[in-house]
Ligand binder design. Sequence first.
Ligand code: ASP
Ligand code: MG
Length: 424
Amino acid sequence: MEVYKFGGASVKDAPGVINLAAIVASQEQKELLIVVSAMGKITNKLEELTHAYLEQQDNTNQLLEEVKAFHFNILTDLFSDQNDQVYNDIANSFVEVEWLLEEEPNDAPDYIYDQIVSIGEIVSTKIVAAYLKKTGCNVTWADARNFIHTDNTYREGRVNWEKTEQEIFRKLVPLLEQTIVVTQGFIGSTSENFTTTLGRDGSDYSAAIFSACLNASSLTIWKDVPGVLNADPKWFDETERIPRLSYHDAIELAYYGATIIHPKTIKPLQNKNIPLYVRSFLDPVAEGTDITSADNHLPVPSFIFKVNQALISIFPKDFSFIIEENLSDIFSLFHKHKVKINTMLNSAISFSVSFDHDPAKLAALIADLSVHYKVKYNTGLELVTIRYYNQQTIDRVTVNKNIILEVKSRTTCQIVMRDKIITE
Ligand code: ASP
Ligand code: MG
């Protein structure tokens, strides 16, 4: 039993769906669960739609029409018979959202977000399943909300593992014995059957949950890159593919912001010792990256860049020591404002933290902190994390930069920096 995960980039258009079907066709003898994300950048578009609806903007319907048109265009490329059942199916899938948009937005925004944004995965999987069926594949569409059970934390549902495992065992295992199954990443449901999402880019995590509960022999994530690289080609000219990676290094890289795999993906796989294969959907037979329990020390230093960082330094007004007396208070404020810390460093009487800059969150956090602390902050910074660093790698990334904060452990170096202002 294997699990495949296809992300938005792999199904961004009709040729993408056709390519997915070709990959699946070459594996059809396998017991296979296919987990699919929303197509292309549709989740961003649905976020925009949610925002417009919450603000009651006039372009709300226009945005929904764009989302529909995007999917119907793909359908016309895939299904020449305009009477194909799939056209009705997709139209019906939008009905619930249409009803929701007709009402005033009275529910909690995060709840509304999940009810709207989840439609991307519902529709993408319906299209993929219908196309696989058309090409002769023995396939069944399944609703992930029947399997992935979460609490009521909308936009970041926390998985109820016991119930999820039970339902997967009871309903999905028998189904997979008969057919290939296509289901959604990213979404789950509460005990009252309301839709939740698992956080942006959460489809990898969904695939890992399914893999763990099914005791799959492997999970393959199909990407638009040849595997895990030692840096993002967006920032680096020369990148190298890492052929083999340990779970431990993979967790560390994902945690520090390597966007190739969602950080929550590795743990469930590691617990069950299930290998994760990262492969290119553009070249499906090429080697990619194998992530396993083997102790494969990263062969080259790896770099992770994050831009748009804010750095704040916090000082107790009464000159008390930061650690003993204040840290739990400070952390609870970060938690309250849902600010995720990227780097931190403390001295006797100050504590410095960098995080992704979100102006509204930063202002609210500083307002709360300022009650008891003096706060200084900087924005527009970059953060680079180097795993298996040495001086040469540090020098390489800090050319023409002012280093503002540097934190080193035995294996990992993090540098918060900004461009040097060069005056002639
Ligand atoms: N479609 C969701 C997102 O774009 C989940 C995913 O792609 O993994 O965030
Ligand atoms: Mg996506």
